[in-house]
Design a protein around this ligand. Structure first.
Ligand code: WT7
Length: 650
């Protein structure tokens, strides 16, 4: 039987109820003794999640203990109220004695150069930068700083230096355009921008400093830009400072202050159902409790692990499982600047072999591209160091799951398919390696202390195998606290659809074993290669182009990326003047310039009008079917113009 037939579709796998034993030939003694032990923890945690989380929080280092574990003023949650801690010292100082000489970070560049930082080294650099930010730029607790950097150790240093001095960071993925960066800096009123002159990706040099200059020229809140210079080519202009020069004079010691558990640790902007991205606000104590606990249990972190999560720090995965959750556990985190298939398709396997990576955490889109590149690449390298594999960001199809399990994990390594969101801060649904029986395509069961369910339109629990909405029925420590400057939107978006429940925006079902199968978004958010994009955001970018009258954007199934972006556009040009090939190119570039290359539509279809209901709403369902190449079915009687969408052909 070849692996293709064996893996099949999600439907086949569900029907066959195919499962894999938790198989974990772990060498060191696990902290959970056995299945029964875990079941007990899980059951108790479902009855009393607050108690479970309190126990977990006590593993962190607190300068002052909390007075109240959880304060709930729906929908505003506070955790470990009255407690004080410093997140950076929990990630660094706490480990200096026991593992000061252990690697905290191993960085590799696309060209193969390597830089390693022990906990001692990282602590020193973070202290120097923290001192510079305080002394030179007068940053104070409660201020915000933007980070727009490639995946280099300095980006991690920047995060931890901000955390150390109580400054909330707002990281903007370095692939976003200057407009996107400007909007985010303005919204968070960042006082300082930390950047690098350039970044490298796929052999290309990205001019980050130029993007930052364009953005900050329109940001009044920014007093200074700190530039980590890798080329020393460009001259610095007014208010730009050289990172190395500035930090070299600073003391490598810094006494941390301790902040309230609820002190905001960072903002992270993510796409929603409107045109404007939301500034998700995360806390200090609750967030760190969530990420440290899940990282330890789900990745089974042990002293000698070399852990590699391929995400960029510009996304939540990078925040929680490249930096905070991993360093809080004193583990070694590998970071790689560049594309995992560059300069050759076996690059990722080469890195695993070279650094003897034991745990790999990546996204289904990446797994599908490795699979497509061919087995010869993983077969060329020694992958026996691996003992655990993870997946995140989108549903993983059983075919990709099986390939990952057999070809990469050699049937030895459990796969943790982790479901979570920017808003949840930490993983909420995932197998526990060595404990949970795996089913390819299912994120399995909620983490202890997480009360998840599938409900119908009325908010009632669905029967097994009945599709519905994924909700979380009890607050958890790492949940978002609010949307920056928009508490109303926070309420409306997450807490209004079902009373007393957090609405995730995902559709899913539970099977008869209580396993969760996540289908994907049920709102106007699309998931392209594990990255979240708002269809309205892309529409706003399109209509800002002078030749566009109207636009509607939908996702269509894509074998590699999960979803592709299709835009339906009504042009302003009259038919005789219209050159749709050139205009399509122009519009794709326009979207990339407005938002970032990741939002570039795969296809633009020009239409004479957009299908709308009599009340003027665009009928997205119909466009989705059309984009997917399906026959138009279902009820179109409410259409203003019940005719079909009239496409303009070249
Ligand atoms: C959305 C959140 C948090 C990690 C990076 C994405 C989808 C995430 C899974 C999974 C099926 C998944 C959901 C979710 N998603 N993980 N294991 N299986 N779907 O974070 O950008 O905030 O997107 O990603 O649709 O709502 P994000």
């Amino acid at each position: 039987m070849d692996s293709k037939n064996k893996s099949g579709s999600i439907e086949t796998v569900i029907k066959e109820n195919r499962s894999f034993p938790p198989s974990a030939p772990f060498t060191e003694k696990a902290w959970i003794h056995d299945q029964a032990d875990f079941d007990k923890i899980w059951n108790t945690s479902q009855e009393n999640p607050v108690h479970f989380w309190e126990q977990q929080a006590s593993h962190l280092e607190w300068a002052e203990k909390w007075k109240t574990v959880h304060h709930w003023n729906e929908p505003f949650s506070q955790w470990f109220v009255g407690g004080k801690l410093n997140v950076a010292s929990n990630c660094l100082d706490r480990h200096l004695e026991a593992r000061g000489n252990k690697n905290a970070l191993i960085w590799e560049g696309e060209d193969g150069s390597v830089r390693k930082f022990t906990y001692q080294d990282l602590h020193k650099e973070v202290c120097k930068l923290a001192n510079a930010l305080e002394n030179k730029f007068n940053l104070k607790p409660g201020d915000t700083a933007a980070i727009y950097m490639p995946l280099v150790p300095e980006a991690v240093i920047a995060m931890l230096a901000c955390a150390r001095i109580g400054v909330a960071h707002s990281i903007v993925f370095a692939g976003f355009s200057s407009h996107s960066l400007r909007d985010r800096i303005q919204d968070a009123e960042c006082k300082v921008v930390l950047t690098s002159d350039i970044g490298y990706r796929r052999g290309q040099v990205l001019d980050l400093q130029k993007t930052v200059r364009e953005a900050t020229s329109q940001c009044q809140s920014v007093r200074a830009t700190l530039v980590f210079r890798r080329e020393n080519k460009t001259e610095l202009i007014e208010n730009e400072w050289d990172w190395s020069q500035l930090t070299s004079h600073q003391s490598p010691n810094h006494r941390p202050s301790f902040f309230d558990s609820e002190h905001p640790l960072f903002f992270l902007y993510t796409s929603g159902t409107t045109g404007k991205p939301k500034g998700i606000v995360h806390s200090s104590g609750g967030y760190l409790t969530g990420v440290a606990t899940t990282a330890k249990w789900i990745f089974d972190l042990k002293e000698n692990d070399i852990y590699w999560c391929t995400a960029d720090i510009g996304w939540i995965t990078g925040h929680s499982y490249v930096v905070y959750g991993i360093l809080a556990n004193g583990a070694t985190s590998v970071i790689y600047e560049g594309a995992p298939m560059h300069p050759h398709p076996g690059r990722i396997w080469e890195l695993i072999d070279k650094h003897k990576v034991t745990i790999l955490y990546t996204a289904p889109t990446a797994i599908r591209s490795f699979m497509r590149a061919g087995n010869e690449y993983p077969l060329k390298y020694e992958l026996s160091s691996l003992r655990l594999l993870g997946s995140v960001g989108e549903p993983i199809n059983p075919e990709a799951w099986m390939w990952y399990y057999e070809m990469i994990g050699k049937k030895r390594c459990p796969i943790v398919d982790t479901w979570w969101q920017t808003e949840t801060g930490a993983i909420l649904i995932s197998p526990i390696p060595g404990v949970t029986t795996l089913k390819p395509g299912s994120a399995t069961r909620p983490f202890p202390g997480i009360i998840a369910d599938i409900v119908n339109e009325e908010g009632k629990s669905c029967a097994p195998n009945e599709g519905g909405y994924l909700v979380i029925k009890h607050p958890w420590p790492s949940m978002l606290r609010t949307i920056h400057k928009d508490p109303e939107r926070f309420k409306e978006q997450y807490w209004s659809k079902f009373k007393g429940m957090y609405f995730t925006g995902d559709g899913a079902h539970k099977d008869e074993n209580g396993y969760f199968w996540i289908k994907g978004r049920v709102d106007d958010v699309i998931n392209v290669s594990g990255h979240r994009l708002g269809t309205m955001e892309i529409e706003s970018a399109l209509v800002s182009h002078p030749r566009v009258a109207e636009a509607a954007v939908v996702g269509r199934p894509d074998e590699l990326k999960g979803q592709g972006i299709v835009a339906f556009v009504t042009p302003r040009d009259s038919k005789d003047k219209l050159d749709i090939k050139t205009l399509a190119q122009e519009l794709k570039t326009h979207v990339a310039n407005e938002i970032g290359a990741l939002a570039r539509p795969d296809e633009i279809k020009f239409t004479k009008t957009l299908p709308k209901t009599r009340s003027g709403k665009i009928m997205r369902r119909l466009l989705k079917d059309l984009a997917a190449g399906k026959q138009i079915t279902g009820d179109t009687t409410t259409l203003e113009n019940p005719g079909i969408v009239e496409l303009i052909e070249s």
